[in-house]
Design a protein around this ligand. Structure first.
Ligand SMILES: Cc1cc2nc3c(=O)[nH]c(=O)nc-3n(C[C@H](O)[C@H](O)[C@H](O)COP(=O)(O)O)c2cc1C
Length: 198
């Protein structure tokens, strides 16, 4: 299949309240360097408590959150708009909601309304990631034709230890951008292919 330009392709990024959401602006800056790619963000209420919405607005085409002021566009139009939908970082909480089909927030309602395969980038500590409940949810999402990218071993900021330590984290911004670029520039490529990869 021949590669085409990403011109006019639309990427929706769901951001959850994992500690790694602090790095979201760096990921968005890198993604916005993919030529022609439009990037909009949906933040969970918890994510907005970690990172100000106005910061995310500086490095995206638009940001949407829960609340009375955000009727338009709703979950159905946002889902329609997206050519590709990723969740980065994905908390254990949102993985569970998505696996079960809960739709109690703008992000989870949009995930449910979206017809394609979603790429989830889980971000949590090793103890959480190893939990059978989390692994069951991840397996369910893969069985539903979504893709689980990571987590990967990297240097992480450990809140309790107040320092950098090797741990489970997200692929780097350039690795994430490479995955996205590959999908949006390859006609017919299914984001769900790959299933679970960690
Ligand atoms: C300081 C702090 C860091 C957290 N980091 C993570 C994390 O890395 N991964 C995770 O799954 N949950 C983490 N949590 C728990 C989530 O914030 C919590 O489950 C929240 O309900 C997630 O909401 P959301 O998934 O709707 O964004 C953290 C909580 C706190 C207070």
């Amino acid at each position: 299949m021949s590669a085409v330009d990403a011109e006019g392709r639309s990427l929706l990024v769901g951001a959850c309240g994992a500690a790694n959401v602090l790095n979201l602006p760096s990921y968005l800056q890198t993604l916005r360097q993919v030529p022609g790619l439009r990037v909009k963000v949906i933040m969970t209420p918890t994510a907005t408590r970690f990172v100000p919405v106005r910061t995310v607005r500086l490095v995206s085409d638009a940001v949407f959150c829960d609340g009375e002021d955000n009727f338009e566009p709703g979950h159905a139009r946002l889902a329609d708009w997206a050519d590709l939908f990723i969740v980065l970082p994905a908390t254990a909480h949102v993985l569970a909601q998505a696996a079960q089909g809960y739709a109690g927030s703008l992000l989870t309602a949009t995930l449910l309304a979206y017809e394609g395969s979603v790429i989830f980038f889980p971000s949590m500590n090793a103890a959480m990631w190893r939990k059978p409940a989390v692994q069951r949810n991840v397996a369910q999402l893969a069985a539903d034709r979504h893709r689980i990218a990571g987590p990967v071993m990297t240097q992480c900021w450990e809140i309790d230890e107040d320092g950098m330590r090797p741990g489970l984290g997200l692929p780097s911004p350039s690795q994430v951008a490479a995955i996205i670029k590959d999908i949006v520039t390859t006609p017919g490529m299914d984001p769900g292919q790959g299933g679970e990869e960690s």
